[in-house]
Write a protein of this length. Structure first.
Length: 75
């Protein structure tokens, strides 16, 4: 990844932070826990126009799930 923009480094870390000497670090140590129960779904462009964020998608799916459950009980 190129961190150079207009000839200057775009680096927020101060020089005194040297992570090369860091011991015992484990890459992705908590990744599994973080992703448990999370599903990444790709929306088609036409659907993404209607549902611009995760909250709106989840609300719509919860409403649909409620209708499906009610219909199933009535049948």
């Amino acid at each position: 990844m190129n961190t150079e923009i207009d000839g200057e480094l775009d680096d927020e870390l101060e020089d005194e932070y040297d992570f090369s000497e860091m011991k015992g670090a484990v890459r992705g140590k908590y990744a599994k826990q973080y992703h448990e129960g999370v599903k990444l779904i790709m929306l088609e462009p036409d659907v993404a126009k209607i549902f611009p964020d995760a909250k709106s998608v989840n609300e719509a799916l919860r409403a649909l799930a409620k209708i499906i459950q009610q219909h199933g009980k009535a049948a």
